[in-house]
Design a protein around this ligand. Structure first.
Ligand SMILES: Cc1ncc(COP(=O)(O)O)c(C=O)c1O
Ligand SMILES: NCC(=O)CCC(=O)O
Length: 425
């Protein structure tokens, strides 16, 4: 590692806590220090010394077309000439809203915010406002952004920690979050008995992808739908990662299960800061200015972000989804075979769990809940990560984060990946 990178990190640590603006960038537990990147293009990201990396972090998901997609870039350049924030009504959010609503059968209205975290924060307040109840059920290992009440047994940067919960969350807030294990049907039934008429909503990542990739059986999601309906509680699908990633309509489309409220983010901004809450007109009209649930934002529905989102989504055709899944298969097969043969089987314990264009490198198959995750995951992942980094392959720097493939990961990138791994295709 060169001094240029370590010097930047040293400087960064004097200016920013831990040297990072988000903990999952920090290379915690790794031998190397964070790479500082100066530009990105297609499937590649380039550090300040101009070393290229095949990027499988892809900004943690939004860049489904790859970096600097020319159509998005042109739309953004045109957008810039119109000014980039008005704090007033504009037509660009209507176009994006119309595009989304016409394709999401469970959404009649939506509201744009600036991040997935804001979307979840609003969804929870809305669920409470609609039902007049306070308690929310969340699942161990699911991450819903850095909302106080959701930072209890959360995933992402808290995954794998003994407590997996944040300091600074008042007891009163935590009291209203009920934590269950994924798949625990008996526990859920009991919970609805113990807290009769108090549960506002169940929130779940219908494809949990923040504690590794813990694919849930459809029957479990259907059970959540049924038990919430039976108890007049709401079902919130947090599709910040899975929305427009696994299919245009996310896991709601894949499973045919309709949530009452959906939270969106990442891809719907195409790499600019956007989140959204969507639901029926009845639920959404509980929001101010019509309803009594307050929600607001200076930069909400930022015109440039709206244009970034729409120009991204318009390129996600059924063929595009087919293509990205084909490329993911090629990449994960290559990685699996390489790991089997590398250095006398040093990484042979790993396999690659894949769902659509997401993947997770893990020493076990069929992980559906936290207790299935092998204890040796981080130790082995950290070794693998360093080898990959050295060879110019950038995974998210944490064993519990998933890998993201983009449409820019074409066959030439797959061939280059093989070359970087010294692996014959
Ligand atoms: C499922 C899920 N919900 C919410 C969030 C929070 O989104 P943001 O980081 O944009 O605040 C994330 C972020 O990774 C997420 O994966
Ligand atoms: N899977 C977790 C994230 O995407 C969050 C990224 C961040 O908080 O920086």
């Amino acid at each position: 590692m060169s001094n240029i990178q370590t010097d930047l990190f040293t400087k960064s640590k004097t200016l920013v806590p831990g040297g990072v603006h988000s903990p999952v960038r920090s290379f915690k537990g790794l031998t190397s220090t964070p790479r500082f990147f100066k530009r990105a293009e297609g499937a590649y990201i380039y550090d300040v010394e101009d070393k290229s990396y095949v990027d499988f972090c892809m900004s943690f998901g939004p860049m489904i077309l790859g970096h600097r997609n020319p159509i998005v870039e042109k739309a953004l350049q045109e957008g810039l000439t119109r000014g980039w924030s008005y704090g007033a009504c504009e037509p660009y959010s209507l176009e994006l809203a119309e595009y989304l609503i016409s394709r999401l059968p469970h959404v009649e209205q939506l509201r744009f915010v600036n991040s997935g975290t804001e979307a979840v924060m609003t969804a929870l307040r809305l669920a409470r406002g609609v039902t007049g109840r306070n308690k929310i059920i969340k699942f161990n290992g699911c991450y819903h952004g850095h909302v106080d009440s959701m930072l209890i047994k959360a995933g992402s940067g808290l995954a794998g920690e003994a407590e997996a919960s944040s300091a600074g969350v008042p007891e009163g807030v935590a009291h209203d979050t009920l934590i269950l294990e994924l798949g625990d049907i008996a526990g859920l039934k009991q919970c609805f008995i113990d807290h009769k008429d108090q549960i506002a909503a169940i929130i779940i990542e219908p494809l949990p992808a923040n504690n590794g990739l813990m694919v849930q059986p459809k029957e479990f999601l259907q059970f959540l739908r049924d038990i919430t309906t039976a108890n007049k509680s709401l079902l919130i699908f947090d599709e910040v990662i899975s929305g427009f990633r696994v299919a245009f309509g996310g896991m709601a489309e894949v499973t045919g299960i309709k949530p009452d409220i959906v939270t969106l983010g990442k891809i719907i901004g195409g790499g600019l800061p956007v989140g959204a809450i969507g639901a029926s007109k009845f639920i959404m009209e509980h929001l101010a200015p019509i309803g009594k649930v307050y929600q607001a934002g200076t930069l909400s529905a930022n015109p440039l972000a709206m244009v970034g989102g729409l120009s991204t989504l318009k390129q996600m055709t059924p063929e595009a989804y087919k293509k990205i899944e084909e490329q993911t298969k090629k990449i994960t097969t290559l990685l699996t075979n390489w790991m089997k043969s590398y250095n006398n089987g040093e990484f042979a314990m790993f396999q690659v769990t894949t769902y659509s264009s997401l993947f997770w490198i893990v020493p076990k198959d069929n992980v559906t809940k936290i207790s299935d995750i092998p204890a040796n995951l981080t130790e082995n992942f950290n070794k693998l990560f360093e080898v990959m980094l050295e060879r110019g392959i950038y995974l998210a720097p944490n064993a519990y984060e998933v890998g993201f493939v983009s449409l820019a990961h074409d066959d030439s990138v797959v061939a280059d990946l093989a070359k970087r791994l010294d692996f014959k295709l």
